[in-house]
Design a protein around this ligand. Structure first.
Ligand SMILES: *Cc1c(COP(=O)(O)O)cnc(C)c1O
Length: 387
């Protein structure tokens, strides 16, 4: 399906709402029935009915159609946050005694889900370095039900070979799931490579304006229905119609924003790499990146999120550099219009800081929609004032 068709037309039945170009926000909790027979039918199968907005809502359904089509998936569910889109399917598909093989250091709340939450219900997790598929294969146990991926990772940018992992999982009837927030469906379509479930934080590139928290899950209709019928309805993880409308609006410009973020990132990285203070840059499409070949094989483009380190940096120097930035904002999240920075040391208490730990040295930057020169000037003056 043509991307332009998906983003501008798919799911939009304009003759149902006065031929308005922008879809309506159906801000209604419930929907009425003319007969008991119709009411009974809806109550019997909520997946197919517009009954109550914790389940189906017409504004959300426009969004779901577009998101499923972008991923080449049969169906999509939209959640009140990205972490809900990761948590709910795992609660739905795994039970006490099951085992997960996960890549090491996934998104922070995903680690907490595995270590603190699922462990309480008897679901165990083994974390492995997923840059080598053999590590994933070796960690599989007879009770392994899920292989959890995040490619690229949003701090280390480690990749997994999605086609190879999917093949191993299929032989053993294990479900595969990936956090695809970094690439969005425009730059990576894991379902086409054999992955079963694709989760995304729509708070990032899909929303794109730092004004909505949301999550997406795509997969086969059978898996999506199974998740919807029980855990989705039971956890009440639904998104509001207004937030769904903001995501539809975000999707209209997703290709433009993503391309701009990608192009500006190339310029910023080229500049950083020639700067005498800059040591290492980590970004999947960088010439020196260890897994660049795999990145170019399975990704059609690269996001605007990367990390770098400074030569001779101490915690004080890293803090001085970040504190000196005037336009690049210090905040969590990414994928919006605004460029952001987050030094790893912000998440480390002063007493735990370890100069020898390479992860503590990382500074993560997200490149937004500003002019490249505007951002470079800001980085330049901040490096000057810190050193
Ligand atoms: C932000 C993020 C999430 C969580 O999404 P929320 O919308 O904040 O719940 C999950 N994975 C990655 C890679 C993220 O960056």
């Amino acid at each position: 399906m043509d991307i332009s068709y998906i983003l501008n037309e798919l799911g939009e039945e304009r003759d149902q709402y006065f031929n308005a170009v922008a879809p309506p926000i159906i801000q209604s909790s419930n929907f009425t029935f003319k007969t008991v027979a119709g009411f009974r039918e809806a109550l019997t199968d909520e997946f197919e009915a517009t009954l109550y907005s914790r389940g189906q809502n017409p504004t959300l359904n426009i969004l779901r159609k577009k998101l499923a089509a972008l991923d080449g998936a049969e169906d999509a569910l939209v959640f009140g946050s990205g972490i809900a889109a990761i948590t709910v399917p795992i609660l739905a598909l795994l039970k006490h005694g099951d085992h997960i093989v996960s890549i090491e250091n996934p998104y922070s709340w995903t680690i907490k889900l595995f270590n603190n939450f699922l462990s309480k219900y008897g679901i165990s997790t083994t974390f492995v370095d997923g840059t080598d598929t053999a590590n994933i294969e070796q960690a599989i146990q007879p009770n392994t039900r899920l292989i959890y991926l995040e490619s690229p990772n949003t701090f280390s940018y480690d990749l997994q070979d999605l086609t190879a992992v999917a093949a191993i999982a299929k032989q053993r009837n294990i479900i595969t799931m990936i956090d695809n927030s970094y690439c969005t469906p425009l730059y990576q379509q894991p379902i086409k490579l054999g992955i079963d479930l694709v989760a995304q934080s729509a708070t990032k590139y899909i929303g794109g304006h730092s004004d909505v928290v949301a999550g997406v899950l795509t997969g086969s209709k059978a898996l999506i229905k199974r998740i919807f019928d029980h855990e989705f309805l039971n956890t009440g993880a639904a998104l509001s119609p207004h937030s769904a409308w903001l995501l539809i609006r975000g999707l209209r410009t997703l290709p433009l924003r993503l391309e701009r973020s990608f192009e500006t990132t190339k310029k910023i990285i080229t500049w950083l790499k020639q700067h005498p203070r800059v040591d290492q840059v980590l970004w999947p499409f960088d010439e020196e990146f260890a897994q660049r070949e795999l990145a170019e094989q399975q990704m059609q483009g690269c996001g605007g999120l990367f990390s770098f380190t400074l030569k001779g940096a101490s915690i004080e120097k890293i803090e001085a550099f970040c504190n000196s930035l005037k336009h690049v904002l210090m905040a969590v999240s990414w994928g919006g219009h605004e460029s952001l920075i987050i030094p790893a040391v912000a998440g480390v208490s002063i007493k735990d800081y370890d100069k020898q730990n390479p992860r503590h040295q990382l500074i993560r930057m997200y490149v937004g929609l500003e002019e490249p020169d505007y951002l470079i000037k800001d980085l330049e003056q901040a490096l000057k004032s810190a050193f």
